[in-house]
Design a protein around this ligand. Structure first.
Ligand SMILES: [Zn+2]
Length: 205
């Protein structure tokens, strides 16, 4: 068995832990990196070092690099502080922001497990949003929007959260009536997403 340099072996181990990267791909990436040459590696390691200054927003959990604890959205005084939108992923938030049709704030809850039982950190995020509503909206927000994909999984996720949120908002709405069934927020075009935002519908009582 041929021996690889220790640093390359360790890099392969680290890369193998990345999402959707198997050992074979990790080896390929490691060899690719080694082949990039000194300058490219220096630049890449500098970029990676800077990531330690990136942190989650203290309100919505979007990553940012501000000195203040809040992201640009939460720090923006023009945003409507009485409307919250729950999204699963940062990438969903970014797609929704691009439409410029939404002026409220967000809460990034993370991917909801198929078991229907939220992870502890997800429960904390939900609690955090509830306490923001307590502190800043007198206990009841004007609206909580559930931005889940228009699919049976999205319906399931909504049915999980609605009981937790009902007392915290005058109305709970959902996106997606304008989105194609089975479509994903992240990949929807701006116009479709914009109209799904305009036409959000109330989720019962
Ligand atoms: Zn934020």
């Amino acid at each position: 068995m041929m021996k690889l340099p220790e640093s390359v072996k360790r890099l392969i181990d680290v890369l193998t832990e990345f999402p959707s990267i198997g050992p074979r791909q990790a080896r390929r990436l490691a060899f690719y990196l080694v082949g990039r040459g000194e300058n490219a590696l220096e630049e890449l390691s500098q970029l990676i070092r800077e990531l330690k200054h990136v942190k989650p927003c203290a309100a919505c959990f979007l990553i940012h690099q501000n000195t203040a604890p809040f992201c640009d959205i939460c720090a923006d005084p023009k945003r409507n502080r009485a409307i919250f939108m729950i999204v699963e992923k940062e990438t969903d938030l970014l797609s929704l922001e691009q439409t410029k049709h939404y002026q409220g704030r967000y809460c990034i809850i993370g991917p909801i497990p198929k078991t229907g039982i939220l992870e502890e950190w997800q429960k904390l995020r939900l609690k955090h949003m509830q306490s923001l509503i307590q502190k800043e909206c007198g206990g009841v927000a004007d609206e909580i929007v559930l931005a889940f994909n228009p699919s049976s999984v999205g319906d399931f996720n909504a049915s999980l959260l609605i009981p937790e949120l009902r007392t915290y908002a005058k109305k709970i709405t959902r996106l997606g009536r304008g989105l194609p069934t089975g479509g994903e927020i992240e990949f929807a075009d701006e116009e479709t997403l914009g109209s799904a935002l305009e036409k959000r519908s109330s989720e019962g009582g």
